[in-house]
Write a protein that binds this ligand. Structure first.
Ligand SMILES: CC(C)(COP(=O)(O)OP(=O)(O)OC[C@H]1O[C@@H](n2cnc3c(N)ncnc32)[C@H](O)[C@@H]1OP(=O)(O)O)[C@@H](O)C(=O)NCCC(=O)NCCS
Length: 433
């Protein structure tokens, strides 16, 4: 008998059920012991959008939304942002511990050695229309990667999993930069393996005719910190997509394409793009009160505000605000910052936002920083997908090795027609409305 139980009495039958509580949760399948109909399945729990359902046990990322805490493998995000690098943080997320110097050097080497993509990937990307959204290109090209590496299907082989991990971390920046270069009609820039992970990404994005691209160290570090902040965020929409697709034993490259697609939406990875468009649309500080009015009337949302789990300040938002000052010292101040700061000031005092616990999230400032660094708005979700690759892989690796996991298959509450006979077309009623 479990130490802690929940006692449920079925008022219809008078029967009582003891449901074990473990890790502050009950197993939803325990509810199936409660029969609803003698011949039907047991009682279901109904939870659209997984508002109160844990889909896995995880040891990767911890969030306490009420207290504004985010930990990767136990380490506070603020400490990692201050002292770690993106590749070290990726190692931590994926392997569970911080590496020693030798392991970090080997890890960095292994990823750096995989940065080049097959030449046919370039040809494949050439096929996109000149104005293709880089996130659409990323989704499709990452999906196409799986056709280049059929060994990725060996998901139960640790060596295959290790190589796919290196490939994905290494090739995401290359594909991302190629998508951008395609959109602006510039030649693709091959990786420079003498540069850091983010230094090389800036090289592939922005190199023109210089023999060797030298990234600005402040911007290189700022991008690295932004990558650390975006590396994982436990069971969000795209992590859930990664796990759900992976649960059918699809290869991780295909699963990651699906995770990218989930990230594309404006409520998730597209939010920083949406924030910037919103700020541009507001145009100047005088128009803010009008915009707030429209938000409160439910006509529009204040993009970059609110979060499913943070009902306090998003700890990543605090780090980003500091980072913005460092970046603007190099790039000059982004005029949209004034609108953002004023919008934040008003919203944090306004009853509508206070009551609903709506605070700026990670995306509120990241877009302004990216724009100051010369990244076009279309690239924003791509800039989220690159670092989130570490988190997706960590989530996928945990899922693949979790013996409790099976193919993801939610249940439904069917409210449609009962069985009925097919009606010939001339006997069907006129459509209504
Ligand atoms: C992130 C987000 C999808 C979380 O949504 P959620 O947890 O499902 O929260 P809900 O949509 O149920 O919102 C709860 C209440 O706050 C309001 N609300 C939430 N976010 C809001 C926003 N950004 N602007 C205005 N109102 C907002 C909702 O209208 C709702 O109000 P109601 O109770 O009067 O109906 C949502 O806050 C949002 O759309 N934010 C803007 C997009 C964004 O920044 N996404 C990035 C996430 S990292």
């Amino acid at each position: 008998m479990a130490k802690e139980t929940l006692t449920v009495t079925d008022n219809r039958t008078g029967k009582t059920y003891e449901i074990p509580i473990e890790h502050e949760a009950i197993r939803a399948t325990e509810l199936a012991r409660i029969r609803v109909r003698p011949d039907g399945p047991g009682l279901l729990s109904y939870d659209p959008a997984f508002m109160n359902t844990a889909s896995c046990k995880s040891r990767i990322t911890f969030i306490d939304g009420d207290r504004g805490i985010l930990l990767y493998r136990g380490y506070p995000i603020e400490q990692l942002a201050e002292r770690s690098t993106y590749l070290e943080t990726a190692y931590l997320l994926i392997k569970g511990e911080l590496p020693n110097a030798e392991h970090l050097a080997q890890w960095t080497h292994n990823i750096t050695m995989h940065t080049i993509v097959h030449e046919n990937i370039k040809a494949f990307m050439d096929g996109f229309r000149y104005d293709a959204h880089p996130m659409g290109m990323l989704v499709a090209t990452v999906g196409a990667l799986s056709t280049f590496y059929p060994d990725a299907k060996l998901i139960f082989d640790p060596e295959s999993r290790r190589i796919q991990t290196h490939r994905l971390l290494a090739k995401m920046p290359t594909i991302a930069a190629f998508a951008y270069r395609h959109a602006i009609g510039m030649p693709y820039v091959y990786p420079d393996n003498a540069l850091s992970y983010t230094g090389n990404f800036l090289n592939m994005m922005f190199k023109i005719t210089e023999l060797r691209y030298k990234p600005n160290p402040v911007l290189e570090r700022a991008l690295d910190v932004l990558f650390i902040l975006h590396a994982d965020h436990e069971q969000n929409c795209s992590a859930n997509a990664m796990r759900s697709i992976g649960s059918s034993q699809a290869d991780p490259l295909s699963a990651l394409a699906g995770a990218c697609a989930a990230l594309y939406g404006p409520l998730h990875g597209g939010a920083n793009e949406a924030v910037l468009r919103m700020l541009q649309g507001i145009g100047s500080v005088e128009h803010i009160p009008d915009y707030i009015k429209r938000v409160k009337a439910g006509e529009v949302r204040l993009m970059g505000f609110g979060h499913r789990v943070y009902k306090n300040f998003d700890p990543r938002g605090k780090v980003i605000k500091k980072l913005a000052d460092q970046v603007f010292e190099v790039t000059g101040r982004n005029p949209l910052l004034d609108i953002a700061l004023e919008l934040e000031r008003i919203a944090l005092e306004d009853d509508y936002f206070v009551k609903r616990k709506l605070y700026p999230n990670v995306d509120f400032y990241s877009g302004i920083i990216y724009q100051a660094m010369n990244f076009p708005v279309d690239m924003f979700p791509v800039l989220f997908a690159i670092p989130r690759t570490a988190g997706w892989i960590a989530q996928w690796l945990e899922m693949v090795q979790d013996e409790e996991q099976r193919i993801a298959r939610p249940r439904q509450i069917y409210l449609g027609h009962a069985q009925r006979d097919y009606t010939p077309i001339d006997k069907r009623p006129e459509p209504r409305g």
